[in-house]
Design a protein around this ligand. Structure first.
Ligand code: ZN
Length: 150
């Protein structure tokens, strides 16, 4: 199996079986929440985050969208859970670079997120892949309730 097939399988798997999917219920603490919308594709996501200090204690998402937006959100929740906000911001920078620079190599720190590199062959889908990240940022900033990729 070559890398491209492996990456495609990761996307298909996370689309069919999204991780951390569904509303986040918590007994204590504030749940940060934001909605994201990508009008170009019709993707809609809600992201729920519980912060403990500066660390993402828990994160879930729900919504409907294309395979790339769902898989990307699923991969994102796995990648950022347990990380400090600064590390989350660095990770988003790396993902954004991977998605927008045709020759960017996947950083080892990306782990499974490297599977998103296939998206850059379809520039119109980059917003599908970044929607969950923009929505997460909005939730962490505790104000912007709705983000749109446009
Ligand atoms: Zn989409």
């Amino acid at each position: 199996m070559d890398l491209k097939e492996l990456y495609r399988d990761v996307i298909l798997d996370h689309n069919r079986h999204p991780r951390n999917f569904g509303r986040l219920e918590t007994s204590g603490g504030e749940v940060l929440h934001a909605e994201g919308h990508n009008p170009l594709c019709g993707d809609r996501l809600s992201v729920y985050v519980v912060l403990k200090g500066d660390r993402v204690e828990d994160i879930r998402f729900e919504g409907t969208g294309c395979a790339i937006s769902t898989a990307s959100a699923s991969l994102m929740t796995e990648a950022v859970k347990g990380k400090e906000r600064a590390a989350v911001a660095r990770l988003f920078d790396e993902v954004h670079t991977l998605l927008t620079r045709p020759d960017a190599a996947a950083e080892a720190t990306l782990g499974k997120l490297a599977a998103l590199s296939g998206v850059r062959e379809f520039p119109a889908r980059v917003k599908c892949a970044t929607l969950s990240w923009h929505t997460l940022n909005a939730a962490l900033e505790r104000g912007a309730a709705t983000v749109s990729t446009e």
